[in-house]
Design a protein. Sequence first.
Length: 209
Amino acid sequence: MSAYRIAVFASGEGSNFQALAEAATAGTLGGAEIALLVCDKPAAPVVHRAERLGIPAFIFKPKDYESREAYEREIVRRLEELQVDLIVLAGYMRLLTPVIVQQYAGRLINIHPSLLPAFPGKDAIGQALAYGVKLSGVTVHFVDEGMDTGPIIAQRALEVISGANAESFANAVHEVERELYPEVVSWFARGLVTLDGRHVTVAGAHGQK
């Protein structure tokens, strides 16, 4: 049986990309492999991570294209050539157009640093702390054409310790992200995820944290 292939889209440091790559190497990604990194910033640290790991990358500058749709059509061509099964957004800082969202509906996921639907969009951690919540956390969700509005696949809560600052809480959130994202990708690779409208079922998920 051929490997389950994922493409990771990232724009920055790439800590979640690294976690996924390490899980693939360790055999804990459900048999999935990273077939491609897609990055819109040639100087991003995630590009160097991919180079060190020997993972192919499509690196582009959006300004070299006439529109978002134009570079997304190029991305789709590359994904199809590699027979990618799942797109995993990991700090990709560009909104996707229907060119990708519709083509990969049900096969496109994102991780967000809050318990959606609370605090969508940018600076979710800062939003949560400013609001004074006692619990926040991490959400993995399907991507649709809205802003962090797709069906929720998994969530993990974190207590907001009194007096926590943005940096310390962000570190705690990112640690959870690096644990949860490979786990969720492994569910997809093993065929455990079912989407019905807004409701997501994970076979044998009673053990989820």
